[in-house]
Ligand binder design. Structure first.
Ligand code: NOJ
Length: 593
């Protein structure tokens, strides 16, 4: 596959090749010692982020929220949750980021609000048939007294997608019942979000991540609701799907593009859209959001074929949309990849079920080979960072964190976490959302540890460590999710001084990528011909790119047992030691010629 050469204008289109670091604010750094990460915590660690070598941070929601879904239930889109700080703290954070050349992306959640949002409160107060109610999707129920939901749709988090209110009507919620879906046919909804986009853009925000971007437009009118009893599937690319990926959704994003273009440089957005690769490109087109998440890496198991397909699809979608691709190994919704790659790999679709199963049993069903997971995570980083396009890294992956599979059930926060008698138990996503370890020395007395977690401890691995002038007693609240004792091995202060650590590896890789690849503005790409790759080319991912100084860059990742011969040129870096000049299994290397 040869890609058409697209030169990126780095100043205007900085996001097309950016390394974006995802901050999950409640778990990044707690500056006020209440056990919950906050905006000042992000500002405090701006030097850390600069030193890592990222181009931008994306903050998951920090808005006022009841935390029914980790902040994705927004009460007010234009404010900061008081537990996380103030708008002034936000402005300080943006200033601190910009002073270091780091851009800021915020999360927009337009499919649903919190049930505490003023629109929903007004809808409840105004009653059936009112214009206020029409901002959401209310319907009468079925059955003699309307006691049955309008149809059998299930919410993504399980249970009915309909909730009944006191006056008897039902409202639609594709996620938790505290997240009522908005009616995007209502003009007030359009105005609310255009005002929100301008509000943050005026405060200096550089871009937006759009939550569930493929769900906003719905068609509940063309056919009677009870004829639509089947659960419409996400990402099937079918225009008769009443809920997901409807063509009208693109009118909304064309409207938003006009808002983005009011600014200089124009704002951009990246869509979270679980749609077919053929449809992703519409969201990413230049007259809509600009970029779309390609989640194929996050879904791929440790097989060369899975990654090859993911790369082919990502690049062809980018080419069709006139944008660049995105690469994602982990985020706040999936188990951490150092763990995924350390579990037994099962071909294709069953793997997801396999990991879920492992999580459910507190990580005891299968052996998690952490050494192997780490080795592959390092190789995966080289594979990802050499590619053209943007890379989204998730907080903690630079520390090589594993999934915390054994958080006790009674400490889980995720609405997905449920245990039922019907065999659909799910442990949810908290295992990748545990507060980060900053300092190995900030630990409890050993006697305070229970089996795996530091319950009742006085320290939090520096997550809530007191800032200058703050006493230990002011910073004594336990982190909102318990940290396992093995976090001590991954604390920032341990890894920062260790040249062999994952953190040091990330810093070197990001630095090389910026100078060698991004700086050229050239996004072209070609596969290395199979005959150069030894006896098992199908077990290898190998590609070339133009590099700074007119040189050629080559990345080789070996998934197979047969060592792969190194190509001509200088070895720039490798994820592990090469053996006799060859790239061994589960190892990747970068070369320059
Ligand atoms: C996608 C977000 O990434 C996820 O965390 C959230 O639960 C759903 N959208 C609903 O907002």
């Amino acid at each position: 596959m040869e890609q058409e050469v697209i030169m990126v204008d780095q100043a205007r289109d900085w996001w097309k090749q950016a390394v974006v670091y995802q901050v999950y604010p409640r778990s990044f750094r707690d500056a006020d010692g209440d056990g919950l990460g906050d905006i000042r915590g992000v500002t405090t660690e701006m030097d850390y982020l600069e030193c890592l070598g990222i181009d931008a941070i994306w903050l998951s929601p920090f808005y006022p929220s009841e935390l029914a879904d980790g902040g994705y239930d927004v009460i007010d889109y234009r404010d900061v949750d008081p537990r996380l700080g103030t708008l002034a703290d936000f402005d300080d954070m943006v200033a601190a980021a910009h002073a270091r050349g780091i851009k800021v992306i915020v999360d927009i959640v337009p499919n649903h609000t919190s049930n505490r949002h003023r629109f929903f409160q007004a809808a409840l107060a105004a009653g059936p048939g009112s214009p206020e109610r029409d901002r959401y999707i209310f319907r009468p129920g079925r059955g003699e007294h309307g006691e049955l939901p309008p149809n059998g749709w299930k919410s993504v988090f399980g249970g009915s997608a309909w909730e009944r209110v006191e006056d008897g009507e039902w409202y639609l919620h594709l996620f938790a019942k505290e997240q009522p879906d908005l009616n995007w046919k209502h003009p007030d909804v359009h105005e609310e979000f255009k005002t929100t986009l301008r509000f943050w853009s005026d405060r200096g925000v550089d871009g937006f991540r759009i939550d569930v971007a493929h769900a906003l437009a719905k068609d509940l009118e063309s056919r009677p609701l009870d004829e639509l009893d089947q659960d419409p599937r996400q990402g099937e690319g079918n225009v008769s799907n009443p809920l997901w990926d409807r063509p009208e959704v693109h009118d909304i994003y064309r409207e938003w593009r006009r808002v983005f273009n009011e600014y200089e440089p124009p704002r951009f957005a990246v869509a979270e859209a679980w749609v077919t690769p053929e449809h992703q490109r519409f969201y990413a087109s230049p007259d809509e959001l600009g970029q779309v998440f390609n989640f194929e890496f996050a879904k791929a198991d440790w097989f060369a074929g899975d990654f090859r397909r993911a790369i082919e699809e990502g690049l062809s979608c980018a080419e069709l949309s006139g944008s660049t691709s995105t690469w994602v190994l982990s985020n706040h919704d999936v188990p951490r990849h150092a763990t995924r790659y350390g579990l037994p790999q099962v071909k294709a679709t069953v793997h997801h079920q396999f990991v879920t199963d492992w999580l459910l049993r507190d990580g005891r069903t299968y052996v998690e080979d952490r050494e192997l997971g780490t080795r592959r995570a390092r190789a995966a980083l080289l594979m990802e960072m050499g590619l053209p396009g943007s890379v989204y890294i998730y907080q903690g992956e630079e520390l090589g964190l594993f999934e915390v599979a054994d958080i006790p059930w009674d400490r889980l926060e995720d609405p997905q976490a449920r245990r039922t008698a019907h065999g659909d138990a799910i442990k949810g996503r908290d295992g990748c959302r545990v507060p980060l370890p900053w300092s190995a020395s900030d630990t409890p007395e050993p006697a305070a540890w229970n089996d795996a977690f530091g319950e009742g401890m006085t320290g939090s691995f520096g997550f809530s460590a007191p800032q200058a002038g703050m006493s230990r007693a002011d910073a004594s609240a336990a982190p909102h999710l318990p940290q396992p004792r093995w976090f001590a091995d991954h604390a920032v202060d341990v890894e920062a001084d260790d040249p062999a650590s994952m953190l040091s590896f990330y810093r070197r890789v990001l630095d090389l990528r910026a100078h060698l690849l991004t700086a050229t503005g050239d996004t072209s790409f070609s596969w290395v011909p199979g005959e150069e790759l030894g006896p098992t080319p199908d077990q290898v991912i190998a590609y070339r790119r133009p590099a700074a100084g007119g040189k050629t860059f080559t990345c080789i990742v070996n998934f197979g047992a047969q060592a792969v011969p190194a190509p001509e040129g200088e070895l720039l870096m490798a994820s592990d030691d090469l053996s006799f000049g060859c790239i061994p299994q589960d190892c990747a290397a970068w070369f320059l010629a």
